[in-house]
Design a protein around this ligand. Structure first.
Ligand code: FES
Length: 368
């Protein structure tokens, strides 16, 4: 008797399958969800409406084949599994295995080392170096173990109070070159203006910006408090590149550079949600910035193929790796190398608001 037709494939696995494909080899991905040789076809689709999907690798590379069979980017994972029934998005922080994980305490230094090259950096404990109206420090660099992205933290001082001084007007930070890297900014606090190679954009707190690799930028503070800013580069830089003058080479083919928060642009991801701020729509071909919310919970441990930095804007909780964990809060940054098992736990009402930068990658919901 022929097998009954099925409208939607069964979920073979609630997560994607990590695989190292080889250049020139052809792979036949199971689309029907019935194969016993996941993620590949074993002929079990016979009698169903599904056919396997062929993929020929152009180069040796790591990929995540879809295991849930509901991806829109067949044969690869697009994160659809996060919103399917059966996906275990939460983990029990009190389980026997989790109780055995060692807590690493914060010391006087800004950095707390976790498994592998993973660490948490506290901007509250960082020593900032002054450069004109700006003070800054490195967070993620090549020499700290990054392969794909760097990140710097900067504060632009506020103007003197008109009560104590007649000086009123914007305080202007130094000109910084993108220096050949995609550069993504996130203004966490403050009000002012970002000038990108001669083009000016006003901002309110919580705005992202994109600067193309051959452009430069500077940030002005027009508000009463400090501007607090994160500067990400990919490929990574060891230092900020200060310039004498602002070039006038704004690339007008990409006029939209500011990325404000827009709740209507949110994507649901299990109990979480995120909004892409900067991506290809702004001209950023390799690097993606998003803002998201992590509710009070501990996420199930998972890995990514991209390198990620996660800025915690508020809230309290912990970051877990396979054998270590540490506390995190507002102003901390988590550096996550590729393929490192991790999870984030928020312990307070309202959750964590976080800003992530991934490189290389365009979709922060892809994991395995
Ligand atoms: S496993 Fe199917 S979308 Fe991720």
């Amino acid at each position: 008797m022929p097998s009954p037709k099925i409208a939607s494939p069964p979920i073979a696995s609630p997560k994607g399958f990590y695989f190292e494909v080889k250049a020139g080899r052809r792979y036949l991905w199971c689309a029907c969800g019935r194969s016993a040789k996941q993620p590949f076809c074993d002929g079990s689709h016979a009698g169903t409406e599904f056919l396997p999907v062929a993929f020929e690798a152009e180069k040796d590379e790591d990929v995540i084949f879809c295991g849930c069979k509901h991806t829109a980017t067949r044969p690869f994972c697009d994160g659809a599994h996060n919103n399917l029934p059966g996906y275990k998005s939460e983990d029990d922080p009190g389980s026997p295995a989790n109780r055995a994980i060692v807590e690493v305490a914060h010391g006087a230094e800004a950095e707390v080392a976790l498994d592998g090259a993973c660490y948490v950096f506290s901007t509250r404990r960082a020593r900032l170096v002054r450069c004109g109206a700006m003070a800054w420090c490195p967070i993620i660099t090549l020499s700290r173990g990054a392969q794909f992205q760097s990140q710097f933290y900067a504060e632009i001082f506020a103007g003197a109070s008109p009560v104590t001084s007649p000086v009123i007007g914007p305080v202007i930070g130094p000109v910084i070159g993108a220096n050949g890297s995609h550069t993504v900014l996130f203004v966490a606090e403050g009000e002012g203006e970002v000038e990108i190679s001669g083009r000016r954009f006003a901002f309110l707190p919580r705005t992202g910006f994109y600067v193309k690799p051959d452009e430069a930028f500077r940030v002005s503070n027009t508000g009463a408090g400090r501007v607090k800013l994160f500067i990400s580069n990919g490929p990574p830089r060891e230092d900020l590149a200060f310039l004498e003058t602002m070039p006038g080479n704004f690339d007008a083919r990409w006029p939209e550079r500011a990325a404000p928060i827009d709740p209507s642009q949110r994507t649901a991801m299990a109990e979480r949600h995120f909004q892409i701020l900067v991506d290809r729509a702004h001209g950023s071909t390799e690097m993606t910035q998003f803002i998201g919310n992590i509710p009070r919970s501990k996420a199930a441990p998972h890995k990514h193929l991209y390198e990620e930095s996660l800025i915690f804007l508020n809230g309290e909780g912990a970051v877990w790796t396979e054998t270590t964990k540490t506390t995190v809060g507002a102003g901390d940054v988590l550096f996550l190398p590729r393929k490192l098992t991790h999870s984030v736990q928020c312990t307070v009402e309202g959750g964590f608001d976080v800003v992530g930068v991934i490189y290389p990658g365009a979709n922060p919901s892809i994991n395995y």
